[in-house]
Design a protein around this ligand. Structure first.
Ligand code: FE2
Length: 140
């Protein structure tokens, strides 16, 4: 009998970018994903997991908007590409939610793998490109 970790996505220093509003919001996204995972492990049904996913979608949208606002006000030169990437990630999670709710996806670890990859992609790829620019522009 294996042990199931109750934290899917342990917060790690490698995700810390050193700009406080970004780190606080990323940690919040990680917390929502971990709660979602705990709900699944506890055998919560599709409706409840779906609700947690809706919370994640709302929070992610707010987070992307907050980051975009700051980047735009600093004149980030790659803003259009960043915006497209955020739209792609938003679409991916909406599509995922829709598939989950219409029973096209099971409540499995591969589902959680999607969320982990989804957030990891955002934090590591997108933000790694933006953070040096924000720091150069005095955003703390
Ligand atoms: Fe972010």
């Amino acid at each position: 009998m294996g042990t199931t970790p109750n934290v899917l996505f342990p917060w790690s220093k490698e995700y810390q970018v050193g700009i406080s509003f970004v780190d606080i919001q990323h940690k919040q996204l990680v917390d929502i994903i971990n709660r979602l995972y705990q709900g699944m492990v506890a055998g919560k049904g599709r409706q409840e997991v779906g609700k947690a996913l809706e919370e994640l979608i709302l929070y992610a949208k707010a987070h992307f908007t907050a980051e975009e606002k700051v980047l735009q006000s600093c004149g980030f030169p790659e803003f259009p590409a960043l915006h497209v990437e955020n739209e792609r990630l938003t679409y991916a999670i909406l599509e995922f939610h829709q598939k989950l709710m219409s029973n096209q996806l099971g409540l499995t670890d591969s589902v959680m793998g999607f969320l982990k990859d989804w957030l990891g992609e955002h934090i590591q790829n997108v933000d790694t490109n933006c953070i040096p620019f924000l720091k150069d522009n005095g955003v703390m």
